[in-house]
Design a protein around this ligand. Structure first.
Ligand SMILES: *[C@@H]1O[C@H](CO)[C@@H](O)[C@H](O)[C@H]1NC(C)=O
Ligand SMILES: *[C@@H]1O[C@H](CO)[C@@H](O)[C@H](O)[C@H]1NC(C)=O
Ligand SMILES: *[C@@H]1O[C@H](CO)[C@@H](O)[C@H](O)[C@H]1NC(C)=O
Ligand SMILES: *[C@@H]1O[C@H](CO)[C@@H](O)[C@H](O)[C@H]1NC(C)=O
Ligand SMILES: *[C@@H]1O[C@H](CO)[C@@H](O)[C@H](O)[C@H]1NC(C)=O
Ligand SMILES: *[C@@H]1O[C@H](CO)[C@@H](O)[C@H](O)[C@H]1NC(C)=O
Ligand SMILES: *[C@@H]1O[C@H](CO)[C@@H](O)[C@H](O)[C@H]1NC(C)=O
Ligand SMILES: *[C@H]1O[C@@H](CO)[C@H](O)[C@@H](O)[C@@H]1NC(C)=O
Length: 671
């Protein structure tokens, strides 16, 4: 036991002595694990950050900065004795701020007789020399340079090397930055300006005059084989005393030079730095940027390419989908133009569920304009030629200015390839013919029918006489009379027939309208006028009063029944009221019924001159004037029956205009 106690005491005394020795030789040994609160002599751009980083240069161009241990050290015993061994190690970081990660200039560990380097130059002189004293043996300056710039004038080997400098920036010995791997002995490159912290060891054996310089990334044990090893005799170089410290300089590339920790020991091995205590380097944007360039950018570019391609496909598809036809002359109609995209959205892509009906001119869809929530009816009219389109659009647009309570308001138009879209007010109750012929619909009572008749008459009068110019409807029939919320009749589709009225074949005239409503002279000459509208209006009157189509094919004997002829026959037999719609029963005013039937016969008179004008018709319907007398002889015509003998209803027909009404088959075979 006493032996053990003795041993313990010995060990204690040994360590106590060591501690004492360390404190005695305090000036010749120091360790900075970070520089917080450290007493260093700083100049130039050198500062210590609150976290304990020694900043030699920050990102300011053309700067130099120095940091020295405040008291000089004695490297040799006086006077002119041999130079002691010494050892130092430090951890540094070089962070370039240039976008191309070019850094400049570098850091040097310095042993010099003075701390005053105010007369020196930065950049390639490291803040240690100037052009006049570079290479001068009177400098007594020793340095280990960590050079990140290739200066051929100073015989630099590359832009990433470690060098031993004596009195000059021209290195006595240098090596590309890196280390020799302990296990394999192979050389591993290191990039000084990588932004990563690295450690340097400088060891000098005063007896062997051997100087070793070693570099390694951290954390890593010091490699056994130094990067640089040289025989250097400091005896003529080192004065007494000498300052130890660091110098750094910047060229034109913004770079931050940092020292994180530093340890020095005379006559021994510098104490190892405690990596855990070292401050951390600022996170480098440029490093992130370079990693980002390496990995992120290709990924992002690939993504961008894909996205761009997708967007282009989408845009092209969309452009095709919503493509419109637009010509210069249309600019004046701009306000009336509604975009196809809006119409497409309004009608849910022209879905069948939104289809209101299919008429002679095209399909009609219901829609709600996305911007205004206005309910609309969109009529899709296919058109092949552009001929006369300008005139037609002009007319359609001018019709958009028509304002009458018995006319369906045209809101605008849109043109696409082979397609014209006309946008109207939506009429919730649909067309009149459905009320007349659809058995599922409630029967319209006489008061409603008479009101509708008067309304349509007044609308047609407005078109013919009361507007700034004469507008022909060209296709009056029950299915073109639409009913609004209050079951008021409104004329729709006026003027549309004109679209087909521009035959390119001079031998062919297109007769437009609906069979059963066509005035005989229209079939002969192909010329529409107000009287041909009146003829169709007459047929419409009979249709509403009788509840029958102009031509009925459902008769038992197979002979089509022409409504007009049938009414005329009954009138001649004195049984005109027998033609009244049986669904009305007796529930009508006899005078009004007679008036409507008589007006119908008058308007549909084969002789245009006999037909009354619309103003007269309106006056009669309003009871202001009695209807003109009907003469029985005028109405002895059956020729129209021949005309209707083939089964057809809504369609557009054309026939060679050079021929007269030679035969029905000629006419019907036209196109
Ligand atoms: C760099 O250091 C200089 C001198 O200490 C100082 O004036 C400047 O503000 C610093 N710049 C940056 C970006 O830290
Ligand atoms: C720093 O060191 C110098 C030289 O040793 C000394 O004169 C000075 O008082 C020290 N300053 C502080 C703050 O310790
Ligand atoms: C010490 O060395 C210096 C220069 O090398 C010389 O000038 C000086 O005389 C020497 N002193 C002694 C005592 O040898
Ligand atoms: C060069 O540097 C030395 C030492 O710092 C100084 O004495 C000298 O004046 C400088 N020369 C010039 C031209 O700056
Ligand atoms: C190491 O650096 C040298 C000199 O710059 C170069 O020739 C060599 O290719 C580098 N090796 C590696 C593995 O990067
Ligand atoms: C320098 O390195 C060599 C070879 O690795 C080694 O033998 C020598 O002891 C080293 N000298 C010092 C002072 O570290
Ligand atoms: C260094 O060691 C030598 C002998 O090897 C001794 O004379 C000298 O005083 C020592 N110097 C220091 C600063 O410890
Ligand atoms: C480096 O060492 C000094 C002292 O040993 C010499 O005086 C220089 O000439 C030498 N310089 C080079 C480039 O080798």
């Amino acid at each position: 036991m006493p032996a053990l106690l003795f041993l313990k005491t010995l060990v204690f005394l040994f360590f106590f002595h060591q501690r004492l020795a360390a404190s005695v030789n305090e000036k010749d040994e120091f360790t900075f694990n970070g520089f917080r609160g450290a007493n260093l002599t700083l100049d130039g751009s050198a500062t210590i950050t609150p976290s304990g980083l020694l900043v030699l240069t920050n990102a300011t161009k053309q700067m130099k900065g120095h940091a020295f241990h405040p008291s000089p050290l004695h490297f040799r015993s006086p006077p002119n004795g041999t130079v002691f061994s010494f050892s130092t190690t430090f951890v540094f970081g070089i962070i370039p701020h240039d976008v191309n990660a070019i850094s400049g200039q570098g850091i040097a560990f310095v042993i010099a007789p003075t701390e005053d380097f105010s007369g020196t130059l930065g950049t390639q002189f490291f803040g240690l020399f100037n052009s006049s004293n570079n290479g001068n043996s009177a400098n007594h300056v020793f340095a280990i340079e960590l050079d990140t710039v290739y200066n051929p004038e100073f015989q630099d080997i590359d832009d990433n090397h470690v060098g031993i400098d004596i009195n000059s920036v021209i290195s006595n010995k240098s090596h590309t930055a890196g280390y020799y791997d302990d296990a394999t002995g192979s050389f591993k490159n290191l990039s000084l300006a990588s932004g990563d912290a690295m450690q340097v060891w400088v060891d000098y054996d005063g007896r062997e005059l051997q100087l070793n310089v070693t570099l390694a990334p951290i954390p890593m044990a010091k490699p056994h084989q130094p990067l640089l090893s040289a025989v250097v005799d400091f005896s003529s170089l080192f004065l007494d005393p000498m300052y130890v410290g660091f110098s750094a300089s910047l060229g034109s590339f913004k770079t931050s030079h940092y020292i994180l920790g530093w340890s020095f020991k005379m006559n021994g091995t510098a104490r190892a730095l405690d990596y855990n205590l070292l401050p951390s380097l600022p996170r480098t944007k440029s490093k992130d940027v370079s990693k980002f360039l390496e990995i992120g950018l290709p990924l992002i570019s690939a993504g961008l390419v894909l996205i761009t391609a997708a967007v282009i496909v989408f845009v092209v598809k969309r452009r095709i989908k919503y493509a419109e036809l637009y010509e210069d002359w249309e600019s004046e109609f701009g306000p009336h133009r509604i975009s196809y995209k809006d119409l497409f959205e309004a009608t849910k892509g022209f879905k069948d569920s939104e289809l209101l009906g299919v008429g002679g001119f095209g399909r009609v869809y219901k829609g709600v304009l996305p911007s205004s929530q206005v309910e609309i009816a969109v009529k899709k009219v296919s058109h092949e030629s552009r001929q006369g389109m300008k005139e037609f659009i002009a007319e359609i647009v001018s019709m958009g200015r028509l304002r009458h309570r018995n006319i369906v308001q045209l809101l605008g138009y849109c043109r696409r390839n082979r397609e014209l879209l006309l946008i109207y007010d939506y009429m919730p109750n649909g067309s009149l013919d459905r009320f007349l012929y659809d058995q599922t619909k409630p029967t319209l009572d006489w008061a409603a029918r008479f009101r509708i008749i008067k309304g349509v008459a007044s609308g047609l009068l407005y078109l013919h006489e009361d507007w700034e110019k004469v507008v022909l409807h060209r296709d009056i029939k029950a299915s073109n009379v639409l009913l609004d919320d209050d079951l008021n009749g409104r004329l729709g589709d006026f003027g549309l027939a004109r679209l087909y009225d521009h035959g390119s074949d001079p031998l062919t005239t297109h007769v437009v309208g609906t069979m059963g409503y066509l005035a005989p002279e229209l079939a002969r000459t192909g010329k529409a006028n107000t009287m041909t509208d009146v003829f169709a209006f007459g047929i419409f009157l009979l249709e509403v009063a009788c509840g029958r189509r102009p031509v009925n094919y459902s008769m038992a004997d197979g002979e089509p029944l022409v409504l007009l002829d049938w009414v005329v026959e009954n009138w001649q037999k004195g049984s005109i009221l027998a033609t009244a719609d049986p669904r009305l029963g007796e529930a009508y005013i006899v005078e009004e019924m007679e008036l409507v039937l008589k007006l119908g016969m008058l308007c549909s008179h084969p002789m245009p001159a006999t037909r009354p004008g619309m103003r007269r018709i309106v006056q009669c319907l309003e009871g202001d004037t009695p209807p003109p007398e009907l003469s029985a002889t005028h109405l002895s015509f059956k020729s129209i029956a021949l005309f209707y003998s083939e089964g057809f209803d809504d369609y557009i027909m054309s026939y060679p205009s050079s021929k007269s009404m030679a035969s029905a088959s000629d006419i019907l075979g036209g196109r």
